[in-house]
Design a protein around this ligand. Structure first.
Ligand SMILES: N[C@H](CCC[C@H](N)C(=O)O)C(=O)O
Length: 280
């Protein structure tokens, strides 16, 4: 078999608790960047590689690197906790240090090795209605929607429902309806969570711009924050998602999150595939 073309676009495929990512390092690409069409093409699970998010690494003056997050539909997300952890695992190994700082659309975040894993500080939750953002001034703690969910911004919008049994929720029906509810001018990610033990939640996720995913790091942060604010849990919460378990710890300096990370394979998108308009 022919070797990968040297003029193609290298990428790394990773997942964090089954939330899967294509990671492209654009720091040495002469200013070339991923386009929305390219993100959609690479995200096609049949004709491309497939991902829940594409994380693009670009240079930044004020931090070690900057991350741009793409959804499978070609839209961008202001935050992605699991991809932040995956990229941080790569960058911590590359830098040989214990901590990194990276810029995102919502500001500079930090990640570090701690307690045997990679933890990322997702920053302070956005708890005001116009920060989430919501379309009008309602109480983000109890939205005027069936089930009275909570809205929490983590650099991206989340709508968290507390239900008796997250497993029983028809996610493929409820998710897209809530994602596009007029209360959310930028659409929203949607989480259904049930309390299963002290400081423990079972959670399932519908992601804006992607659909059902096996896990969502920013969603886990949003659910933990909402659960604490409702008096359901303490500030350190374990969340069992379809693809694995995440731990969230809401500290003075922000909402920290950790969980499993795996580097699955490295590949090269062939130059002729890219040039053929599959994302040109
Ligand atoms: N999987 C990501 C969240 C992606 C959010 C994205 N779907 C959006 O449009 O905000 C995470 O681990 O935080």
């Amino acid at each position: 078999m022919e070797r990968p073309s040297s003029d193609g676009l290298p990428f790394v495929k990773m997942h964090g608790a089954g939330n899967d990512f294509v990671i492209i390092d654009s720091r040495a690409r002469d200013g070339r960047r991923v386009s929305p069409a390219q993100a959609r093409a690479i995200g096609d699970r049949h004709r491309g590689v497939g991902f829940d998010q594409l994380a693009e690494i670009v240079p930044d003056d004020g931090a070690d690197y900057r991350l741009i997050f793409w959804n499978a539909d070609g839209s961008q997300a202001g935050a992605c906790g699991n991809a932040s952890r995956c990229v941080a695992a790569l960058m911590l190994a590359e830098a040989g240090t214990g901590a990194v700082r990276f810029a995102t659309a919502r500001g500079i975040l930090a990640a570090r090795h701690e307690q045997g894993g990679v933890w990322v500080n997702m920053g302070a939750p956005q708890l005001a209605w116009d920060e989430v953002p919501l379309a009008r001034a309602v109480d983000p703690g109890h939205l005027p929607l069936e089930g009275g969910p909570a809205a929490v911004g983590m650099g991206n919008p989340h709508c968290v429902f507390f239900v008796p049994d997250a497993e029983a929720v028809p996610l493929a029906e409820r998710g897209p309806a809530v994602e596009r509810d007029p209360l959310f001018p930028q659409r929203t990610n949607v989480e259904f969570a049930s309390l299963t033990g002290p400081d423990r939640l079972r959670m399932r996720v519908w992601e804006r711009g992607t659909g059902i995913t096996l896990a969502c790091g920013s969603g886990a942060c949003a659910a933990a924050v909402a659960a604490y604010r409702r008096g359901l849990t303490g500030r350190r919460v374990t969340l069992d998602l379809d693809g694995g378990t995440l731990i969230v710890d809401w500290r003075e300096d922000g909402v920290w999150m950790t969980g499993p990370v795996a580097r699955v394979f490295d590949g090269v998108l062939r130059a002729e595939w890219l040039a053929a308009g599959h994302g040109a």
